[in-house]
Design a protein. Structure first.
Length: 106
């Protein structure tokens, strides 16, 4: 048997992959919104959802890097539960949905 502090398996890699995948999803969302807005004559306000999606993608990627660094510490010096980060991205997702919906209705 190995001690849990010695063998963490692929926890850091899985966490990084998960956060990076989420970041990529926001980035693709922003790209799709940009392409959709390029097809018609729209004002600059129509690009706000795409810019917001890009900003959320960047924040998510930064969180991914921070989580990776935290999980590679020997031993853990900080609390490893990412509650604040998860809530931040969850709220950002909801805001992005609302902003995109309002932009499409106008």
């Amino acid at each position: 048997m190995t001690d849990a502090t010695e063998d963490r398996g692929l926890q850091a890699e899985r966490t990084t992959l998960s956060w990076s995948r989420t970041s990529f999803a926001f980035l693709v969302n922003g790209a799709v919104l940009m392409v959709k807005n390029l097809e018609g004559s729209v004002g600059p306000a129509a690009f706000i959802p795409a810019a917001l999606a890009g900003a959320v993608a960047l924040v998510t990627y930064v969180i991914a890097l921070q989580r990776q660094q935290t999980l590679r510490q020997q031993p853990f010096r900080t609390r490893i539960t990412p509650r604040r980060q998860v809530y931040t991205i969850g709220i950002a997702s909801l805001v992005l949905i609302v902003v995109t919906t309002v932009a499409q209705l106008l």
